[in-house]
Design a protein around this ligand. Sequence first.
Ligand SMILES: [Zn+2]
Ligand SMILES: [Zn+2]
Length: 301
Amino acid sequence: MMKSSPANRGRDIERQAGYLRPEHCMPPPPQTHSAGDMWFIRDCCGIVCGVITWLLVFFAEFVVIFVMLLPLKSMLYSLVNGALFNGLAFLALASHFKAMCTDPGAVPKGNATKEFIESLQLKPGQVVYKCPKCCSIKPDRAHHCSVCKRCIKKMDHHCPWVNNCVGESNQKYFVLFTMYIALISLHALIMVAVNFVFCFEEDWAKCSSFSPPTTLILLILLCFESLLFLIFTAVMFGTQVHSICNDETGIEQLKKEERRWAKRSKWMNMKVVFGHPFSVAWLSPFAPPDHGKANLYQYVV
Ligand SMILES: [Zn+2]
Ligand SMILES: [Zn+2]
């Protein structure tokens, strides 16, 4: 018996357990991925983008420290701004690393076996969905990513800059990454502005240990980089927070999927991604958010 409701239109496969034909799926591969293993996507484009991200941050660090702060006479200004910029840059890179190397919420590959479907003990009226590409039983709101070659729970999008999918389990790190990059970009822009004002009054040669043309080129490059990334990451941060508050992933917004999940308050939705209860740990890329998620494989239609 097939059921077709508007909410399920456009989904990959929709059948009752008996029709899933699990015998057509390869047996699941031997468990090579345990909880302690590091997650890393071997995608050339993503790896190149990830390395470029780190190099751009290191370039900004170099210009801020060696061109702007160290040659200055004011120790206090240099110390305060140096500590702030380096602290934020460290948090940005740590968030990037965590976003890249955290399993975004991948569904076990090839779990669409007869035993697994039987173990779900489906009641009449309940259906499960099978992904035809990775032979897994899809939980609700999971989508298949062609780069990761896996189904990802609450997949938002695949981001080449962090060389990973943004999904249920790593969205916090991705949001922190965009926030810290926006903050260091803003901070760099303010410092470049202060530097320009200060150095126009003083002699250029006294203001930097590099020659005036080199100093100018490096500062303009930093200005350009910061402005570009400030706009890009601030927009991304806003979009992410908006979709977290509304509990709707980027894919769901694009596909205009009908809402099948319970509505919660905006604050509750934030806690689901960043952890319970609200604390400074929300800002730390080293504190894994405690979701307390339910693994919902079954749908009531
Ligand atoms: Zn899949
Ligand atoms: Zn992906």
